[in-house]
Write a protein that binds this ligand. Structure first.
Ligand code: FES
Length: 260
């Protein structure tokens, strides 16, 4: 059992949970994720570790209420516990000093982006963060990304905060004014597809973190299968991060829809 110590509502459907998990807090690296169950017969939900505190022995998870199981996790209060938290899973992000890195996140994709922003900054990169959402209320973790970003650009579909437009407009405005050495994109598959198409046009290396359906998280069930560079990969053990220019996003979107 992993006790919930803190809870904060980022928006109506998105909550932050600080969860007791000392062993995971010690060993996790940016890019790692965990699989969580809210009850004994509960569905296994993959969640990226947004932050960790090795002294307090806690990890921070950001959960979006999109169905029965995630709704159950979102309804838990401090003092209650998750039945189990398995991890850290997946491959850690490759972090190095490359120059200027544009980190762009959409919706809850900003949660897995936060540890990467921190690590990229600590590695000596200039970090420009682009946060995007449909409306102002859905922009999350802005205060947390600011200390590690040389600049934060906010994009909203309806113009209720920052600049009106899509994440790709924000990224392209940076590309048009200065040299960008790497783009990191995390968010809905359709968003990552269009960021990838944009950066391909400018020949800028781009890394994405895929959010496929997962079941076992250990490479056995095949639920998270994607095609990268013409080869079959499992997001849970080979990812979750891949070269975005090599990912077959259309196939991934089709598989996500088939699960629906
Ligand atoms: Fe089962 Fe990846 S979640 S193979």
């Amino acid at each position: 059992m992993n006790k919930i110590l803190e809870k904060e509502h980022f928006s109506e459907n998105v909550v932050k949970l600080v969860v007791e998990a000392p062993a995971i807090a010690r060993s996790r690296k940016p890019g790692h994720f965990v699989i969580v169950r809210a009850c004994e017969n509960g569905e296994r939900i993959p969640l990226t570790i947004a932050d960790a505190d090795t002294v307090k022995g806690t990890i921070t998870l950001v959960v979006q209420n999109v169905g029965v199981s995630s709704g159950k996790i979102c309804s838990l209060e401090p003092g209650e516990s998750l039945t189990d938290v398995v991890g850290p899973l997946g491959q850690a992000t490759h972090i190095e000093k490359v120059g200027t890195v544009v980190c762009c996140g959409g919706g809850v994709g900003v949660a897995p982006l936060l540890p990467i922003i921190k690590a990229m900054k600590e590695a000596g990169n200039k970090v420009i963060t682009v946060l995007a959402a449909r409306t102002k209320e859905l922009i999350i973790l802005e205060e947390q990304v600011r200390p590690y970003s040389d600049e934060v650009i906010i994009m909203t579909d309806d113009g209720s905060y920052g600049t009106k437009g899509l994440v790709t407009n924000g990224v392209e405005s940076v590309i048009n004014r200065e040299k960008v050495d790497l783009v990191v994109t995390i968010g809905p598959a359709i968003m990552m597809k269009f960021v990838s198409l944009l950066t391909k046009k400018y020949d800028i290396p781009t890394m994405c973190s895929l959010n496929t359906i997962m079941v076992d998280g250990t490479g056995m069930c095949g639920a998270c299968r994607v095609t990268v560079g013409g080869k079959t990969k499992f997001v849970c053990i080979d990812g979750p991060e891949f070269d975005a220019h090599q990912v077959d996003f259309d196939e991934m979107l089709m598989r996500l829809r088939s699960f629906n």
